[in-house]
Design a protein. Structure first.
Length: 439
């Protein structure tokens, strides 16, 4: 099939590349000339495991092309994906100006029947708005479909190629048939393509992300309470998660959720509710608790150093909001860095992928290290903010030989307490007993 994808951000790029992978002819459109030039040369603008291989293969095969011309993109595709940014407005709502701006152009430029697919995460009612905007100038038939993505950063290629489900929001038989045909190769395992109306599809995305953010936040509160009563959240987590109604996933406590989706989507759903006279009390709490949770290590750090962080140097392992990505949007590490710098401390950081992004944001306010062990040199303590696999089985001797105060503050509960007890280290984690070295 002939497909066009408007917007080559994270979602657009993964969508375009993975649609080309099953033999579709895909054109990706972006207004950023430099970016398009680079992509034409085979350069992937984001870090996402496996994307580079698919990208190269499909460009070489001539199935994946790039242009800055919306007109060229529109003439090409029978299905047009809108994968445009919907940034958070100051009031927390999703800013639809990019989506509606492009919809206006589509209305003017479209010459034959198209299915316009909202792939961006958009508030309930957006498909209707897009429809109205296109209709103003349209000279031909079209349908607007809501088809939310459920891609996780770090696993996006796999999630796209083997989705657990595909949600298609449309009431047009013609559009539904085209969407089913397009997605057929991706659901060979029998996973469903769920058809519903546009509004329900739009809400499904917000509901799913907000539910997951709530699940994590609930566990973070249980973890905080565990600390008060001397329980161990790792045990509570297993005890709860083995109930299949609860499930084992997304129960890992830590220093809060971040990234480009959860924070934005929870706030947007909360704001939409307000606009529609519905007060999502639970989401308000989730937003508040998560903001506090991002700094959950700070009281432990301050307490350990008796409220005097001035002149202390902290090694920091992990900057990305989660492993397998260079994304630092809403990353808890950034909040912790800010607080520590305000307290007069210094930071030496290491992250396998995200250091360039942090350097762009923080400049020379913090120091970056080539390896995780280099980051330890001349520091007082280690703070772990992201659970990259490489941090899971470190050489504890190297840690002890470098830190002047043998203490680890672990925001991701990477180590077994029993193992740590053998190492003569002080160790603070989330929702578990603090271990204080006697040496
Ligand atoms: C999420 C959704 O999972 C995906 O379906 C949607 O399309 C986009 O948003 P992503 O932001 O890539 O994906 O990351 P995810 O793996 O879901 O993690 C989100 C945040 O929750 C991270 O900050 C992570 O550290 C945190 N998290 C996750 C926890 O704190 N505990 C957990 O148990 C799981």
């Amino acid at each position: 099939m002939k497909i066009s994808v408007i917007g080559t951000g994270y979602v657009g790029l993964v969508t375009g590349t993975c649609l080309a992978e099953t033999g579709n002819e895909v054109i990706c459109v972006d207004i950023d000339k430099e970016k398009v030039k680079k992509m034409r040369n085979g350069e992937v603008p984001i870090y996402e495991p496996h994307l580079d291989v698919l990208f190269e293969r499909n460009i070489k095969a001539g199935r994946l092309r790039f242009t800055t011309s919306l007109e060229e993109g529109l003439n090409h595709g029978e299905i047009i994906f809108l994968a445009l940014p919907t940034p958070e407005d100051e009031d927390g709502s999703a800013d639809l100006s990019y989506v509606l701006g492009v919809a206006e152009d589509i209305g003017r430029l479209m010459n034959d029947y198209k299915v316009i697919v909202d792939k961006s995460t958009v508030p309930v009612g957006t498909a209707e708005k897009v429809n109205e905007v296109i209709s103003k100038n349209a000279k031909c038939d079209f349908d607007v479909v809501s088809n939310p993505e459920f891609l996780r950063e770090g696993f996006a290629v796999d999630d796209f190629l083997k989705p657990e489900r595909i949600v298609v929001g449309s009431t047009s038989e013609r559009a539904i048939e085209l969407m089913k045909k397009l997605y057929k190769p991706y659901v060979r395992s029998g996973n469903p393509i769920i058809i519903m109306d546009e509004k329900s599809a739009e809400l499904t995305k917000y509901a799913a992300n907000s539910f997951l953010a709530t699940k994590i936040t609930f566990m973070n509160e249980i973890a905080n309470y565990c600390e008060k009563v001397g329980a161990d959240v790792s045990k509570v987590r297993i005890g709860m998660g083995t109930d299949s109604r609860i499930g084992k996933r997304f129960l890992f406590p830590g220093i809060g959720y971040g990234g480009s989706c959860f924070p934005k989507d929870v706030k947007a759903l909360h704001k939409s509710g307000k606009d529609d006279n519905y007060d999502f009390k639970i989401l308000e709490s989730v937003i508040d608790v998560n903001a506090t949770q991002k700094l959950a290590l700070l009281p432990k750090i301050k307490n350990h150093f008796k409220d005097n962080l001035k002149g202390k140097t902290f090694a920091m392992w992990g900057l990305a909001f989660k492993p397998e990505t260079d994304d630092i949007r809403e990353a808890p590490a950034l909040d912790i860095i800010n607080e520590l710098l305000n307290e007069g401390a210094k930071i030496k950081a290491f992250d396998p992928e995200a250091m360039n992004n942090v350097a762009r944001k923080c400049g020379d306010k913090i120091e970056f290290s080539k390896t995780m062990y280099d980051a330890l040199q001349g520091t007082d303590a280690l703070i772990i903010c992201t659970e990259w696999s490489i941090f899971r089985t470190p050489d504890f001797d190297k840690i002890k030989n470098n830190l002047t105060d043998n203490v680890i503050f672990d925001g991701r509960n990477l180590y077994d307490l029993e193992d740590i007890k053998k190492e003569n280290l002080s160790y603070y984690s989330i929702g578990r007993e603090a271990i204080i070295s006697q040496i």
